[in-house]
Design a protein around this ligand. Sequence first.
Ligand code: NAD
Length: 368
Amino acid sequence: MSKPVLWLRCEKKVFERRAALTPTTAKKLIHAGFDIFVERDQQRIFDDFEYEAVGCKLVENNSWPTAPKDIPIIGLKELPVSTDPLPHTHIQFAHCYKKQADWSSVLARFHRGGGTLYDLEFLEDEKHRRVAAFGFHAGFTGAAAGALALAAHRKDEKLGKLEPYDNEANMISHVRGVLGGSGKGVKALVIGALGRCGRGAVDLFRKIGLAEDDILKWDLDETAKGGPFQEILDVDIFVNCIYLNSKIPSFVTRDQLVAAGMDRRLSVVVDVSCDTTNPYNPIPIYSINTTFSEPTVAVDLGPESPPLSVISIDHLPTLLPRESSEQFSSDLLPSLLLFPSRQSARVWTDAEKLFKEKLAEAVVAEGL
Ligand SMILES: NC(=O)c1ccc[n+]([C@@H]2O[C@H](COP(=O)([O-])OP(=O)(O)OC[C@H]3O[C@@H](n4cnc5c(N)ncnc54)[C@H](O)[C@@H]3O)[C@@H](O)[C@H]2O)c1
């Protein structure tokens, strides 16, 4: 039987420094008998030589279209827009199963080329939990951005551009530094604290030195009484990490904030969940997604209120590309080890079934 093979392609999305396979997971796959090809990529947080050192075969940047058709291509984010047929098997986030912009034209490329898409967002375990997700580091980095915005507020400044950190230690020491050495004395509330993002936010607050009693951890039990919640106004940073799937009362409202006037401690809201345009958004005090260049948007509450900023960046884990890639890739590893038996391994057969359903919808939508 021939050896299983994976081809790690480069990422073409601007600012994307994360990778679906890291040198750590590539090494484990090689030990399990895989051949791993890795495209050289200056953009990736991991250096090419880190892959070479563990036995990967380095190939030219963006050369996957010429790879033999039977080699599966693994990447992270969507491919650049094109109409070129896709004859390979691709493992990646394609963002085309929920009728996102251009969903049917993305799938049409697979139809034309005869390739298969295994979308990373839809690889699930038996309990329908995603096998790998970036949530933990979204909460972690979102909380860090919130702490940086608080420090800026304290100096009557606006938080400037955010840049990815080489590693977690650098991020922690930078955040501690701008807070004067430690986050001690800062009070934070995390809603959705039992989930992936929520656990990440709590972890960051601990690591920058908040006292345990100053990290309020709420989940379904605490919000069951229904908002809006005064408790949100009584902390410095509120981080929303819930998974929204139904209409719920707002957690905080503009009227509530205006009525509180100067009697408010809350300085920064980090909406990790980013249900910005969702009609059920439980934080209806802002209406845009913010960016790494402009990380905050001010909530206009009139002259009788202290400043309030919202951070609503929808790709937060990019701020910590090394650790978030390592965590994602190691969670993905058990499924990748099963990839050679993808005709029978449930995680892959389910993903292929979903692909075929979505492909059929796209064929109709595109009139193919
Ligand atoms: N901004 C980003 O960069 C980014 C990155 C990854 C994920 N996300 C988003 O973050 C959200 C959470 O993702 P996750 O992976 O942590 O989900 P998760 O399912 O692991 O956790 C969600 C948590 O929210 C809790 N929850 C749900 N409704 C609640 C309510 N009404 N009150 C209190 N708690 C409630 C759940 O009990 C659960 O503990 C998702 O919307 C996801 O799309 C954002």
